[in-house]
Design a protein around this ligand. Structure first.
Ligand SMILES: Cc1cc2nc3c(=O)[nH]c(=O)nc-3n(C[C@H](O)[C@H](O)[C@H](O)COP(=O)(O)OP(=O)(O)OC[C@H]3O[C@@H](n4cnc5c(N)ncnc54)[C@H](O)[C@@H]3O)c2cc1C
Length: 501
């Protein structure tokens, strides 16, 4: 009989792990609490409009290709990709913006126009970022985060200083222009921490941005989720939705089964892609590895206030990805990390995918997603959401010189309370735990439980960290770890027993 692996959750990391494990002969079942799969990357459909509820930026296409090539496939077997041009647009004031195009030569020109001599600095910066990218992808991010020695290779030894300086310091050393500095600091926000707390080595995100570019999968990020599901089904994975796991049953330091909707499902190995803190709360206290103090001392990535809006006209002066940096970056960052509170003047990001992909909105209409990063754990009320919706719509109207308030057909919001309710997220974090120096690689929560022999974890709380490409990688490395440890010889059974406790 095959070794039975149950996986909690159906986000990118769980789907990735499911594919690898099923390919290698395990009997894999995914248990997802929600009605739809995809986790943070679910989709919302309303009145003919479509929204990616979470990720919208498709970066590091090589990681996606590497994933599909492990199954002798390519992304093009499942979805088509377009390189966006412009990649994105950044507003600094009324009708005052910088556009980042789709190739580095064009970006050099934009920098040079903004600050004389900056294109030379940018070339040096991106050359170093590319070196870091190559090292990160080849030597680091596919490591399981077990030992500090994983960070020490013939190439990284010369880069160790970059773990002790920060992106902010590096950028400020080379660029005087504050607008250019903000553009170079923006990519590390994906890692969930302030540029002043993110090691310089992570400048590889700048190479992902300027060197590799920004892509759009036709029909959006949820199409990638659908593709992973197709691949998983081809490989024999079983899916159960509306199947929340309520308890993990451990006997003699081994998971024997899980309970979902009151039923007991036996398994040989349990892998959780749900948020780490929540997964441990499904165990009796003595089997948990990390205390409440451990979690409360960690730097979490921000939560977000999101709005999904249908407009009854096409909008002007915006791009598929548009950033609104027309207020002070440091003050907002301070309200996320140092002095958690709702920011008076928030930075925000907006995505208008219907500009490039007609599947997102009916003809002559626009679909928009707005995102304001927030500290996790803040108060979240309908009144506060409304105040911030008005703030950003007013700002958008002002900086892009158009009236849009009268063209809103509907809006849906999603914030801290929804992250907790829908994903069991710790304090409502949107994308896991930040990649600061003390929360990198072997210093992150472990893929394999130290207390329960056949319990594993994957996803944005573990290695390598937040983001869709890291989630795909996390699924791969945990599946390798599972294969490395001899599967436990507990007889597996498909029998569903009633839980009687
Ligand atoms: C608003 C937002 C914007 C983002 N933007 C980007 C972007 O542009 N580009 C990018 O690369 N990344 C982005 N990210 C980050 C990226 O989406 C995540 O890092 C990634 O999707 C996380 O995948 P995961 O598998 O770790 O977790 P999740 O997607 O959270 O999956 C965990 C799953 O576990 C399920 N679950 C929880 N508890 C239980 C239970 N008890 N029983 C059963 N199931 C359970 C949840 O319902 C969920 O489906 C964004 C995230 C958010 C929230």
């Amino acid at each position: 009989m095959n070794t039975t692996i149950h996986i909690i959750g159906s986000g990118f990391s769980s789907l990735s792990a499911a594919c690898y494990l099923a390919r290698d002969g395990y009997d894999v079942t995914i248990f997802e609490k929600n009605a739809s799969i995809g986790g943070r990357a679910r989709q919302l459909k309303k009145e003919g409009f479509t929204f990616d509820m979470g990720p919208t930026w498709y970066w590091m296409p090589d990681v996606f290709e590497k994933f599909f090539s492990d199954f002798n496939k390519s992304s093009s077997n499942y979805y088509s990709l377009e390189k966006l041009n412009p990649a994105y647009q950044v507003y600094f004031d009324k009708e005052d913006y910088i556009t980042i195009e789709d190739c580095i030569e064009k970006i050099y020109k934009v920098f040079e126009k903004e600050e004389k001599g900056s294109s030379i600095q940018l070339k040096k910066f991106i050359d170093k970022a590319k070196e870091n990218y190559d090292i990160a992808i080849k030597d680091l991010v596919y490591k399981p985060g077990i030992s500090p020695l994983e960070l020490v290779t013939a190439k990284t030894i010369y880069k160790l200083d970059q773990f002790f300086s920060t992106i902010k310091k590096d950028v400020q050393k080379s660029f005087n222009n504050n607008r250019l500095a903000q553009i170079l600091e923006f990519p590390v926000l994906f890692l969930g921490a302030k540029p002043s707390d993110t090691p310089s080595f992570y400048s590889f995100m700048n190479y992902a941005d300027f060197g590799l570019g920004t892509f759009h999968p036709k029909k959006g990020m949820f199409e990638v989720i659908t593709s992973l599901k197709k691949l998983a089904i081809e490989l024999g994975v079983t899916f159960k939705t509306q199947a929340p796991i309520e308890k993990i049953d451990v006997i003699d330091k081994c998971v024997r089964g899980i309970i979902s909707n009151g039923k007991y499902y036996k398994c040989d190995i349990l892998l959780s892609g749900a948020d780490y803190h929540h997964t441990e709360s499904l165990l009796d206290r003595k089997h948990r590895q990390y205390s409440e103090t451990y979690w409360s001392n960690k730097t979490f990535a921000p939560s977000s206030l999101l709005f999904y809006v249908g407009f009854n006209k096409k909008l002007k002066n915006v791009s598929h990805h548009t950033l609104f940096f027309d207020v002070d970056f440091d003050t907002h960052a301070n309200n996320i990390y140092n002095n958690p509170k709702w920011p008076d003047n928030p930075l925000f990001y907006a995505s208008f995918p219907s500009i490039t992909d007609s599947s997102f909105a009916p003809k002559d209409k626009e679909a928009a997603t707005f995102l304001i990063p927030l500290a996790p754990g803040l108060e979240d009320t309908p009144e506060l959401r409304e105040v911030y919706f008005k703030k950003i719509i007013t700002r958008l109207e002002h900086v892009t010189s158009q009236n849009i308030n009268d063209s809103i057909l509907f809006k849906e919001s999603f914030c801290i309370k929804d992250f907790i309710k829908d994903y069991n997220s710790y304090k409502g974090n949107a994308y896991g735990m930040a990649n600061t120096l003390l929360q990198t690689a072997f210093l992150r929560p472990k893929l394999k439980s130290k207390k329960v022999k056949n319990l594993y974890f994957t996803g944005q709380l573990t290695v390598p960290g937040p983001g869709v490409p890291p989630a795909l990688i996390s699924g791969k490395i945990v599946s390798e770890l599972i294969q490395k440890h001899a599967p436990l010889k507990i007889p597996s059974s498909q029998t569903i027993l009633q839980y009687t406790e």
